[in-house]
Design a protein around this ligand. Structure first.
Ligand code: NDP
Ligand code: MG
Length: 401
């Protein structure tokens, strides 16, 4: 007898998952190098397409030879010849300067930008990447502080996900997974309090650079370490949160939590709160942003409730750490004020790191600059660029006096 059943062939589809191609802007810094160690641990998930640094040619060369990206960019043009010579026997494209950073951000052959440049310098490449539809893993909070309205609007238009890397914002982002339709009542951003928690102005007036760089819980780049010591970092993060999560200023609260175990909290309309916890290790939010929505297994140390018996919380002392107050004021005023605050702070922190001004002078420079620069209620991108330049010049003139 002949079997009349049609012959069915079952195809098992073989799916090749290509590694996500990451452009690491700011690859030689604290975030950039930790992102590379996440990539080292997950070669099947990620590859390196672009590496950029500012002056550190030595490390950039080592990284380029190891990861073989398509492009490397050095921000400081005076370092171009050295970098080019170091990579002469490779097929890596080498460019230099601010425009080259923006051009690299538009490169077609990558999927995700890790925005890990420090400060205002990260704004233009990030905007360019959004313009070109690249997903952004955002560490560079200054981008949102300076021009959050324009950046988020552009991301919305281009349907580009902006996934936070900053640990507090990653915590909020993680708490919001599955909650798209539920209104946020408020968020609580935790802060370690930095190395000078509990100190008063009579102590802070004598603080020196090296002491301010010693953060109790996190190992970070110089600028953010000083921002953490002055609490400006929490101020910048409140502004960053406003834009990332579309909140009103009075929906965002900062609380000191010296153990840095609870990374932040969301409170919903029903009063229920969700927090995200873990040991302080930036590799966690970095890998979460890079692999989202997937979580990746790792063997990093785990938090153990038997070892840490107390998680404590207190109000920030904004009378002593007035930078946090200034940032909250800038957020309430809106317009170009956060941009002005950020520019003055970058200049003041730079001067403090060079022992040109004292710790408390940082606040003085920021406040006087905010008082001086003309307020613009609804700035264009160009207004932001100009406000940044004016604020930098004015802040620098205060320091030279
Ligand atoms: P680092 O100072 O350690 O690194 C900064 C990176 O940016 C370096 O690769 C540096 O290059 C590059 N860079 C510096 N200036 C310029 C410039 N003008 N143009 C182009 N590139 C430049 O900073 P972090 O890694 O600590 O911080 C990066 C960003 O991430 C910051 O915005 C910070 O607020 C944010 N962040 C950092 C956290 C951390 O734990 N470190 C936590 C949360 C957020 P080079 O080395 O050659 O100078
Ligand atoms: Mg943070």
């Amino acid at each position: 007898m002949i079997d009349t059943k049609p012959l069915t062939v079952i195809f098992t589809p073989i799916i090749f998952i290509m590694p996500k191609r990451i452009g690491i802007f700011g690859c030689t810094g604290s975030i950039g190098t930790q992102a590379l160690s996440v990539i080292d641990a997950n070669p099947s998930l990620f590859s390196v397409a672009i590496l950029t640094a500012h002056t550190n040619v030595k490390l950039l060369t080592e990284q380029a030879l190891k990861y073989k990206p398509d492009i490397v960019v050095i921000g400081d043009e005076s370092k171009y010849e050295t970098l080019k010579a170091n990579l002469a026997n490779t097929s890596i494209s080498v460019t230099a300067g601010e425009e080259a950073l923006v051009a690299a951000a538009a490169h077609p052959e990558y999927d995700m930008m890790l925005a890990a440049i420090v400060g205002y310098a990260g704004l233009k490449p990030t905007l360019q990447a959004i313009e070109c539809g690249k997903t952004i893993a955002l560490a560079n909070k200054e981008t949102l502080v300076v021009a959050g309205d324009i950046v988020m609007q552009k991301a919305l238009e281009k349907r580009v996900p902006i996934i936070p890397v900053d640990s507090e914002h990653s915590a909020i982002f993680q708490c919001l997974v599955g909650e798209q339709k539920n209104k946020i009542e408020k968020i609580v951003l935790t802060a370690s309090g930095g190395p000078f928690l509990g100190k008063k102005p009579n102590f802070l007036v004598n603080v020196k650079r090296d002491h301010a760089l010693q953060h109790p819980n996190w190992s970070m780049g110089a600028k953010i370490s000083i921002d953490s010591a002055t609490l400006m970092n929490k101020g910048l993060e409140i502004i960053e949160a406003k834009w990332l999560f579309n909140l009103q200023p009075d929906q965002i609260q900062a609380v000191i939590h010296p153990q840095s175990i609870i990374h932040s909290i969301v409170q919903f309309e029903d009063g229920s709160m969700k927090a995200q916890m873990g040991l302080p290790d930036m590799k966690l939010p970095i890998q979460y942003a890079m692999a989202f929505p997937q979580r990746i297994a790792n063997d990093y140390p785990r938090f153990d409730f038997r070892k840490i018996s107390q998680l404590t919380f207190e109000e920030p002392d904004i009378k002593t750490f007035r930078n946090l107050h200034l940032a909250m004021e800038a957020l309430k005023q809106g317009g170009n004020m956060p941009c002005v605050l950020n520019a003055a702070n970058e200049i003041a922190v730079f001067a403090f790191l060079r022992n040109r001004i004292g710790f408390l002078d940082i606040t003085e420079v920021v406040e006087r600059t905010m008082d001086k620069i003309t307020f613009i209620a609804q700035p264009t991108l160009n207004d932001y660029y100009e406000s940044d330049g004016e604020a930098r010049n004015f802040a620098a003139s205060l320091i030279q006096l």
